[in-house]
Design a binder for this molecule. Structure first.
Ligand code: IPM
Ligand code: MG
Length: 357
């Protein structure tokens, strides 16, 4: 029997609702498969922990997490605390502390969901956005001087390193190579940003030489935004900087019908540290505590976690169950349904157990 050690951190807002839903589904899946178990430990870190302890997680939090095979994460963000405290104190601290440099964001229109794009049918969109997750515009470099004075200055410097750009390019080419279309779009803004972005284009061309079977192309980020709306079928795998991919992935989530279904994986492909799996949607305090949060993104990210843990069969089984439930119309209200989080979760568990829906 294979055992995987999972650290569950629901954290804030609807994270508290979707992570328990995800764990219930994972328990049912492990039972159904019978050849692996998940050893789950819960952590109460987040904004409430901050109110009690003055920090988002204990000082030795990363040390504690190192023993795990994966981290299953809900969301951070609190209406009474500054975002930079909650994010940098927990989620970004884990991403950067564990060098989770590859952020993988798949997009598909799941069966039964409707894209706001008129001509898009389920199956038409199948994208993977590969987001650089360790440097770029999120490097945290910069500062403020002359606070409050008319000459006040703030800088926010994007950092691009040869090692950082090369490794994300390699990850993106590997993913593109593993997919049927073998097509990679390298997104930059190298017409206007003539240092870092030209560097990206150059490194893409260098890495591409090792992937002769992958067709690759360059696209400027503004043109890419338009192309995602106008010619969504022309896109397969996309690689972009931390900020560009952040923006494009929200657009992708919207095009797929809802951010409530969009998953993400923060990977350390070198496997020195645990990787972290989370829904994209955030803490959503407007609907927190109402039992109506869409758990599908949290289920989908669980399939990515299973794949990363070497359980691809279980991952596929879970994704099929989720798709059957969506197709059967058991959906939360953000995707046009009336079901609660619990109802969607129960239906996915039933589908895993092989029930007719
Ligand atoms: C995301 C989010 C985060 C990001 C925020 C909450 C800092 O928008 O995961 O896309 O920009 O990385
Ligand atoms: Mg975002």
């Amino acid at each position: 029997m294979r055992t995987h050690k999972i650290a569950a951190i629901p954290a804030d807002g609807i994270g508290q609702e979707v992570i328990p839903a995800g764990l219930a589904v994972l328990r049912a899946l492990a039972e159904r498969c019978g050849d692996f178990t998940l050893d789950v430990e819960h952590f109460d870190w987040g904004s409430d922990y901050y109110r009690a302890n003055g920090r988002m997680m204990p000082e030795d939090g990363l040390e504690t997490l190192k023993r795990f095979d994966a981290i299953y994460f809900g969301a951070v963000g609190d209406k009474d605390l500054p975002d930079d405290i909650t994010l940098w104190g927990l989620r970004l601290k884990i991403c950067q502390g564990f060098d989770q440099y590859a952020n993988i964001r798949p997009t598909r229109v799941l069966p039964g969901l409707t894209s706001p794009l008129r001509a898009v049918e389920p199956g038409d969109i199948d994208w993977v956005i590969v987001r650089e997750n360790s440097e770029g515009e999120y490097a945290g470099h910069g500062g403020r001087a002359h606070r409050g004075h008319p000459e006040e200055i703030a800088t926010e410097t994007a950092i691009f390193t040869r090692a950082g750009v090369t490794r994300i390019m390699r990850t993106a080419f590997e993913i593109a190579k593993s997919r049927p279309r073998r097509l990679l779009t390298v997104v930059t803004k190298s017409n206007a940003q003539k240092h870092g972005m030209v560097f990206w284009d150059e490194i893409a061309a260098e890495v591409a030489r090792d992937y002769p079977t992958v067709t690759w192309e360059k696209e400027l980020v503004d043109a890419m935004a338009a192309r995602m709306i106008q010619r969504p079928g022309s896109i397969d795998t996309v690689v972009a900087t931390n900020l560009h991919a952040d923006i494009l992935s929200d657009l992708a989530g919207a095009v797929a019908g809802s951010l409530g279904v969009a998953p993400t994986a923060n990977l350390d492909p070198s496997r020195r540290y645990p990787s972290m799996f989370e829904p994209i949607h955030g803490s959503a305090f407007d609907i927190a505590g109402k039992g109506v949060a869409n758990p599908v993104a949290t289920f989908w990210t669980a399939t990515m976690m299973l794949e990363h843990l070497g359980e691809p069969v279980a991952g596929r089984l879970l994704m099929e169950a989720v798709e059957r439930v969506c197709a059967a119309g058991i959906r939360t209200r953000d995707v046009g349904g009336t079901a609660t989080t619990a109802e969607v979760t129960e239906a996915v568990i039933a589908a895993i157990k092989g029930a007719n829906l």
